[in-house]
Design a protein. Sequence first.
Length: 184
Amino acid sequence: MRIVGGIHKGRPLHAPKGRDTRPTSDRAREAMFNVLEHLAEGPGLNGANVIDVFAGTGALGLEALSRGANHITFVENNRSALKSLSDNIQTLKAINATTVLSIKASALQDAPQPVDYAFLDAPYDKGLTEPALLALINGNWLAPGAVLMVEIAAQESINLPSQLSVIKEKKYGAAKALFLINQD
């Protein structure tokens, strides 16, 4: 696993052993960021503030940082994933551009500042995405017009809060990426 674009392109990322963490593949991540960078909606990644929920290794957030994002907040509560995330942040010398919240996604409190992008890649078929979306909304994490990239299992469906609408949907093997916009 590696960073696939931007200033850290080619830099390796560490993933924990075992099946508790399922990092988005390099190929899927590259395709997802290609979609993000070509959406008519959204502020663009350059200078953006981002939250990476269910961060795991941090691959999505660190990819955004490599492509010009200003600050990434990572939300993760799995111990082995947190160790890999910390190692990856240190490898990229990104400590000053990141914040790590070691909590459950549904426990998010009030945002210090709304984000321009939110990435959610919850464990598949566990019902964790919807509570995390509500926590982001209720905690005022999403700026007006914020773009969300939500990865779920290809056959999975979710009920979106009314202020979020789908602007694009793509399938990547066993995964489906929903690109959403915050209409509030």
